[in-house]
Design a protein around this ligand. Structure first.
Ligand code: HEC
Ligand code: HEC
Ligand code: HEC
Length: 132
């Protein structure tokens, strides 16, 4: 009635598909994401620098963006002077996202990993012009 050979092969395939993620992952947490810096604007930079130093940006960009918004909207002052004394135009869309135009491979990569979903894109446009 049954072709036992086929059943066994079927079971093996099923087990392979089912177990693959576990074997592949070795049961360890997903690897830390590497946000991509591969954008035309960043490629064109003479120095590969963010608006402040990298460590500060990694740890503090959330608060930093809030401060930017407050300075721009409450104080009406859209010029930010960074620690090196450089003047930078305050804009999420036209400053941050101009360099980091690869939102999916940059911001989203970390945020998905950290399971945070900044609600900014309810109103602000992402670099591809779509509200996400
Ligand atoms: C002039 C282009 C430019 C602008 C504008 C810019 N960035 Fe960056 N950003 C960079 C570059 C280049 C790096 C990588 C620096 C390095 O490799 O040390 C970076 C790094 C970062 C990192 C750390 C990523 C990592 O390696 O883990 C974060 C977070 C970040 N930027 C967020 C922002 C935010 C938020 C803004 C707006 C407030 C912004 N950036 C504006 C060019 C820019
Ligand atoms: C190196 C990884 C990394 C990169 C790159 C990154 N973020 Fe984040 N971001 C985080 C983490 C982690 C948190 C959560 C921090 C926490 O909850 O303390 C966060 C939180 C935020 C928050 C606050 C959200 C909330 O609900 O509290 C905002 C806003 C934000 N990121 C904006 C951005 C933008 C815009 C970019 C791209 C220009 C970006 N981030 C790139 C790691 C990153
Ligand atoms: C309910 C809609 C809304 C949401 C959600 C929102 N913003 Fe805004 N944001 C605005 C508006 C409107 C302005 C003023 C734009 C202007 O005057 O050009 C603004 C301005 C800003 C500015 C200063 C100027 C600029 O053009 O970028 C920053 C920085 C900013 N927001 C960051 C954020 C961040 C970070 C988040 C997510 C944590 C966020 N906003 C979520 C509506 C919103």
């Amino acid at each position: 009635m049954y072709d036992s050979g086929k059943v066994i092969i079927g079971l093996l395939i099923f087990a392979g598909i089912f177990l693959f993620p576990f074997i592949y992952d070795h049961g360890s947490p997903a690897p830390k994401p590497k946000p991509s810096l591969d954008t035309p604007a960043i490629k064109a930079l003479p120095e590969k620098k963010c608006v402040e130093d990298t460590q500060f940006m990694i740890t503090t960009h959330m608060q930093f963006l809030n401060d930017w918004r407050d300075q721009a909207l409450r104080d009406g002052n859209r010029w930010y002077v960074n620690k090196e004394g450089k003047k930078i135009w305050i804009s999420l869309q036209n400053t941050c996202m101009k360099c980091h135009s690869n939102k999916k491979d940059f911001c989203d990569k970390c945020h998905n990993y950290a399971a945070v979903q900044p609600y900014c894109w309810d109103c602000h446009y992402d670099p591809n012009g779509s509200k996400l």
